[in-house]
Design a binder for this molecule. Structure first.
Ligand code: ZN
Ligand code: MN
Length: 469
């Protein structure tokens, strides 16, 4: 990258935890409703209310800490982070500061590089501002939703690494049901710090923050642009200003949002209405037991046990549900590659085209695939017919049995023999010529038989050859 410069990148990620209710009250977490529906005096912070912590949120944060190889604080506490903003009517956010829930972990990239994680803490989300022409609005349904804030060490040195880190973090957190991980819904939000410096220089460059970028791909693009921008400035003898920038995906450029902010004094102090969070060995063990086999280990197992290619195993372990579908179906067939290919080609194609959803239509997908693959292994369906049948079922145009039955090629040789007999009787001249040595007429006979009966051409060929000696 740009010869003599190197980039230093750190990420700050907010992950919405997959709980049923909010962090300190029993309002539902879901927001995909009318605005200001799931709210109560606690989550809008009316005076005199008492927050009560959600144990599930703490468990999910502990689980994230274990997955990120972090040191869990046996005793941490909530603090009030004081600031005013229209989406935060109580004037403080309940967060953690001096002692976070966990510290000092790492997440490993594919090439073995470990990206350090500085801290992980629990906090509540604020409301959501909506700016539109008639004015600005605020939806408090999001207030009090549990978040895990994860801050990396500045160990990331390229946009590709940042992308891979985020993709891996997303995969492991969704794999373990810690977050729903829906990017459009803002379940994972990421701010980026980036600076550049001459290679080998001890001193870090001035860092710029990029905020509110809502997809991993855009984060990568924003970093690419921003690193080039900073290098060019340094080369021109200009200095980098400490500032907060946004990213515009249409122009693929970052733009200034605000100049160096005065250092906020949030006047943190311990939240007097909440007890410390005590985490004992028993809880840690309980959480550890909830962790399923992780993607990297499953991927290795798919390669070794089932002899799948690295590529197939990688895709089959990109989502837990996909790996489970493979195992569910794979259990029923000896030919694991047949199952893997059917999932990678047919099922994923249908999912990508929006014809079905792995979670919503899991049973339908699994059952149709099983019936179809069963017919294919029995020789009743060719690969193409199997594909057609699956598509018809997924498009809702036929049920699985009629989709298979109408395509089934006959394997009962008595029926095929009758058809062959009929063709030979109807074409005595061709039979004579074949017997006289014109072997290429075999194709003609097969063609005639197929007009009468849908059957495996290989089988037809065998029967004709046998009958004509
Ligand atoms: Zn509430
Ligand atoms: Mn935060």
């Amino acid at each position: 990258m740009n010869g003599s410069f190197e980039a230093t990148i750190g990420l700050e990620i907010h992950v919405q935890l997959n709980t049923k209710t909010k962090l300190f009250c029993s309002c539902l977490r879901e927001t995909n409703n009318l605005p200001n529906i799931n709210i109560c005096p606690i989550c809008v912070g009316l005076p005199g209310v008492l927050p009560k912590p959600n144990k599930r949120a703490i468990i999910l944060a502990v689980k994230s800490s274990l997955l990120l190889n972090m040191k869990i604080s046996r005793e941490s506490f909530f603090e009030r982070k004081n600031y005013f903003y229209p989406d935060l009517p109580k004037n403080y956010q309940i967060s953690q500061y001096r002692i976070p829930l966990a510290e000092n972990g790492h997440l490993e990239l594919r090439n073995g590089k470990k990206i350090g994680i500085q801290r992980l803490h629990l906090e509540e989300d604020a409301g959501k501002m909506i700016h539109s022409e008639g004015g600005s609005y605020v939806d408090f349904s999001r207030s009090g939703i549990p978040l895990c804030e994860i801050v990396t060490k500045p160990d990331i040195s390229s946009p590709d690494e940042a992308y891979e880190f985020l993709a891996r973090l997303h995969r492991v957190l969704t794999w373990c049901d810690i977050t729903e991980g829906n990017m459009e819904e803002g379940h994972i939000r990421c701010d980026v710090n980036v600076s550049v410096r001459p290679k080998g220089s001890e001193k870090l460059g001035t860092k710029v923050e990029i905020k509110n970028v809502n997809s991993f791909r855009f984060i990568k693009e924003a970093l690419e642009y921003e690193i080039a921008r900073q290098i060019e400035k340094i080369r021109n003898g200009e200095s980098i200003r400490q500032e907060t920038r946004g990213y515009d995906p249409t122009t693929k450029k970052t733009f200034i949002m605000r100049e160096k902010e005065f250092a906020h004094d949030y006047r943190y102090f311990p939240e007097p209405d909440l007890l410390p969070i005590i985490i004992d060995d028993y809880l840690i063990e309980e959480v550890r037991r909830e962790i399923p086999e992780l993607p990297d280990s499953k991927k290795k197992r798919f390669e070794e046990e089932y002899k799948l290619s690295e590529y197939s195993s990688e895709i089959l372990t990109s989502q837990r549900i996909l790996s489970e579908l493979f195992e569910d179906l794979g259990n029923k067939f000896d030919d694991k590659k047949l199952v893997a290919n059917f999932i990678l080609e047919e099922i994923l194609r249908s999912v990508n085209e929006g014809l079905c959803d792995l979670k919503r239509d899991y049973i339908k997908i699994r059952e149709s695939a099983e019936e179809i693959l069963l017919s294919q292994t029995k020789g009743e369906l060719t690969r193409n017919l199997a594909k057609e049948a699956f598509r018809e079922v997924i498009e809702g145009k036929a049920d699985i049995h009629s989709a298979i039955n109408k395509r089934k090629i006959k394997t009962e040789s008595s029926e095929i023999e009758q058809a062959v007999e009929k063709v030979l009787q109807n074409n005595p001249k061709e039979v004579q010529r074949y017997k006289g040595g014109e072997k290429k007429l075999l194709g003609f006979f097969i063609g005639e038989v197929v007009k009468i009966i849908k059957a495996d051409p290989k089988l037809i060929r065998e029967i004709i050859q046998r009958k004509l000696g």
